[in-house]
Design a protein around this ligand. Structure first.
Ligand SMILES: [Zn+2]
Length: 282
């Protein structure tokens, strides 16, 4: 029996990996989106990059990529509520409309980005998914109980917004990172996973990294990116500074190669800035 990745119920639906409202908005708004002829057929794909193997690509007519690991209840309840809250925030961003992003909105976009990254991850076979069932069910529990603030995020997750002004309607790229890091004198494997989603002018990137030693859970661990204008091209929304941000950032990703460079800005074999506290008794 195929089970729901988020709650263990029977996965009794085949849901679109891309939220329906988002595809409809892109279709309806194609005239207003950069470079698209009115009524243009919207295509959206999900691409997974794996070290030493060709990328996996899911593509369907009208961006019809479907996920078989979500149950109707999750889809119709908490996921649908999250889409309802995210839709009015993301819609103007599809068109590049300038706006303030208060802390509460940053948190909503963080949850939406993580949920969407996890849904795309569910396109993989179970043994090849990055997020664990514990990661997914804590997101679900966190969204079902409004008092949970930080709990729904897997350890060491970072989320950035960016802006895009090229012609691709909707893209999602996922890549895996493999490395190791020395924590208090012990070498540990580091696994990372980057999901970059673009829809119209809106871009979000989720980076989750994981160490087997749970005691080492900390936001202090930072990966070193490839060189690029990333400081000017991103708005960090998680971890949150709990202050209002502005979107779009000053540097806009102008074309597909800029979007690709952004999606691939984390080297597959990451180098890591080690927090000084971890070196103490090394
Ligand atoms: Zn479910």
């Amino acid at each position: 029996m195929r089970t729901c990745g988020f709650c263990d119920a029977r996965a009794d639906s085949r849901e679109h990996a891309w939220p329906d409202w988002l595809l409809e908005e892109l279709q309806r708004g194609s005239a207003r989106l950069h470079g698209l002829p009115p009524g243009a057929r919207i295509s959206a794909s999900v691409e997974a990059h794996r070290p030493g193997a060709p990328p996996l690509v899911w593509r369907g007519p009208k961006a019809n990529v479907r996920v078989k690991r979500v149950c109707k209840r999750c889809n119709n309840e908490w996921m649908s509520r999250l889409e309802d809250i995210a839709k009015p925030i993301i819609t103007p961003m599809l068109y590049g409309s300038r706006q303030a992003v208060p802390a509460s909105v940053q948190f909503t976009l963080t949850l939406w980005s993580l949920k969407t990254a996890m849904v795309f991850d569910c396109l993989h076979k179970p043994g090849r998914m990055f997020y664990s069932s514990e990661d997914r069910s804590s997101l679900r529990r966190g969204l079902l109980s409004p008092t949970a603030i930080v709990e729904p995020l897997p350890a060491i997750t970072r989320v950035w917004l960016a802006a895009y002004a090229g012609e691709l309607p909707a893209t999602s790229t996922v890549s895996r990172l493999y490395g190791d890091v020395s924590v208090r004198g012990r070498r540990q494997p580091l696994a990372g996973y980057v999901t970059t989603i673009s829809a119209g002018g809106f871009v979000t990137q989720v980076l989750t990294s994981r160490l087997p030693d749970h005691a080492a859970r900390t936001f202090d661990l930072t990966l070193v990116s490839r060189p690029g204008p990333w400081h000017e091209a991103t708005v960090c929304i998680w971890p949150s500074f709990w202050s209002e941000a502005r979107w779009p950032p000053p540097h806009i990703l102008r074309d597909q190669s800029a979007l690709d460079a952004f999606a691939q800005r984390w080297p597959r074999r990451p180098s890591v800035n080690i927090p000084p506290a971890w070196l103490d008794d090394a």
